[in-house]
Ligand binder design. Structure first.
Ligand code: FES
Ligand SMILES: [Fe+2]
Length: 461
């Protein structure tokens, strides 16, 4: 496709080629208000993982799309999401981050709700008269709640359609995480919660930005090298420059609906973490090789190579899953204003993980991805400094995201993934259609595992 499509925010020029985003999209409070409606009210948004609420009556509180919610497991095993506000006068029903309880009791005037959201008791009910109907005072729920392979999402309207349709090609990338366990993937205890004075879309961009690693994270890479890591093997030919067009073997993919991924399959049969320190012991390396062999047998060599490879996927608009083998991070970020966001991140790992591999993954979650880790503070510094630059957007109005537009098979260090995000963002905000730059990768249709059936039978309301 050649030509130019443009709006007030995005200029998508396939002739030069050049892709530009107006910095008002990243800094203007009016844009922030508009995207609350156009983006966050009409997308499937990540709430949490089923493994966080394994026992009946477990709950977690979250903010999703700017609204407080309670994610809980009901007594019948079903997963529910309620709006965390009391129908009486609005108090947050549950103020703790997590817990377990048969009832949700409002601290303010003492109304109590069942885990199905029904008002079951209130002090001095007689004062409301004989026509009082508790059923009119249930806890509110999002328009839709659904789950895919243990990942629970909500939408605040019915417009996004079904979750699976919305996920499009990104569903494969949840499969690639979920398939890493024979039992279930488990979100480990502990949450990274931090904030940044930067527009939320900068973190979508950053979460799959391969271009910045060598500069922003040069100290981390120097540490890796000093630790004895074989950098040539980690970053060698065949991993970063393979331009094969077979899905899963090339490097950046438009997954449809604004979702995109960068990554590479593993060519070491489980013996190399591209961005991680080497194995902490021979037994850990052996365990990982055994895991690879097991999954290659179970799912085939191609799927195992993808599972054990690396990938950074952003599911539009604000869910990033970064799977580098050395650990898997689930990250979501809720905007607070045009120039600030709250970031939440969790580690997820196989429930039956080898103890030493589990330790490695936990340590990497803390020391690489943690808010005080070896990577995240550098990223946040970059994002906040970008944001400060946007104060001068009258003088310097445009951001450039053109890298790799000339390539038929964009690399992880190119910017196809960000352009994919921005094309969807602009379509939602202005109605402008920017055609896809490369063939969109649909869901490959991996066979459903029994776990899918279990998730579906649990039921959602
Ligand atoms: S606000 Fe909840 S009982 Fe009054
Ligand atoms: Fe980074």
């Amino acid at each position: 496709m050649t030509g130019v499509t443009e709006s007030q925010f995005v200029i998508d020029d396939r002739i030069t080629p050049r892709f530009r985003v107006h910095r008002s999209a990243l800094a203007d409070p009016a844009v922030f208000e508009a995207e609350r409606r156009a983006i966050f009210d009409h997308s499937w948004l990540y709430v949490g993982h089923e493994s966080e609420i394994t026992s009946p009556y477990d709950f977690r509180t979250r903010r999703v799309g700017g609204r407080p919610v309670i994610l809980l497991r009901d007594g019948d095993g079903s997963v529910r999401v309620f709006v965390n506000t009391c129908p009486h006068r609005g108090m947050q029903i549950e103020t703790r981050a997590e817990g377990n309880g048969r009832f949700l009791k409002c601290f303010y005037h003492g109304w109590s709700f069942s885990t199905a959201g029904e008002l079951v008791a209130l002090p001095d009910e007689a004062s409301y008269g004989e026509n009082f109907d508790r059923h009119n005072l249930c806890l509110a729920q999002p328009a839709q709640v659904d789950s895919y392979r243990g990942f629970v999402f909500l939408s605040w309207s019915t417009s996004p359609g079904s979750l699976l349709d919305y996920l499009a090609g990104a569903a494969d990338y949840l499969d690639l995480v979920a398939d890493q366990s024979d039992t279930t993937m488990v979100v480990s205890g502990g949450t990274h919660l931090y904030a940044a004075r930067a527009n939320w879309k900068l973190l979508s961009e950053n979460s799959y930005d391969g271009y910045h690693a060598l500069t922003t994270h040069h100290r981390y890479l120097a540490m890796l090298k000093a630790s004895g890591k074989d950098m040539a093997r980690a970053f060698g030919a065949g991993v970063r420059t393979d331009a094969s067009t077979v899905q899963g073997r090339a490097l950046a993919w438009d997954l449809g609906h604004g979702h995109a991924v960068v990554g590479a399959p593993d060519r070491s049969r489980g013996q190399n973490f591209p961005l991680g320190r080497d194995f902490i012991s021979a037994s850990a390396a052996h365990a990982q090789a055994e895991r690879y062999a097991h999954f290659a047998q179970a799912h085939g060599e191609d799927w195992a190579a993808r599972m054990f490879g690396s990938r950074n996927v952003v599911i539009f608009p604000n869910l990033a899953i970064v799977d580098l083998g050395m650990g898997i991070t689930i990250r979501t970020y809720d905007p607070l204003s045009a120039d600030s966001m709250e970031i939440t991140a969790w580690a997820i790992a196989p429930g039956e993980d080898h103890p030493e591999l589990a330790r490695m993954r936990r340590e990497n979650f803390l020391t690489f991805w943690g808010p005080a880790g070896l990577a995240t503070p550098d990223d946040i510094e970059a994002l906040e400094r970008c944001q400060q630059g946007y104060a001068a957007r009258d003088a310097a109005p445009w951001t450039d995201i053109s890298r790799g537009m000339v390539r038929a098979n964009p690399l992880t260090t190119d910017e196809l993934q960000m352009r994919t995000f921005w094309r969807e963002w602009d379509r939602r905000m202005t109605g402008t259609i920017h055609p896809s730059e490369v063939a969109v990768s649909p869901r490959a249709g991996r066979v459903a595992l029994p776990y899918d059936a279990r998730v579906q039978s649990a039921g959602f309301r």
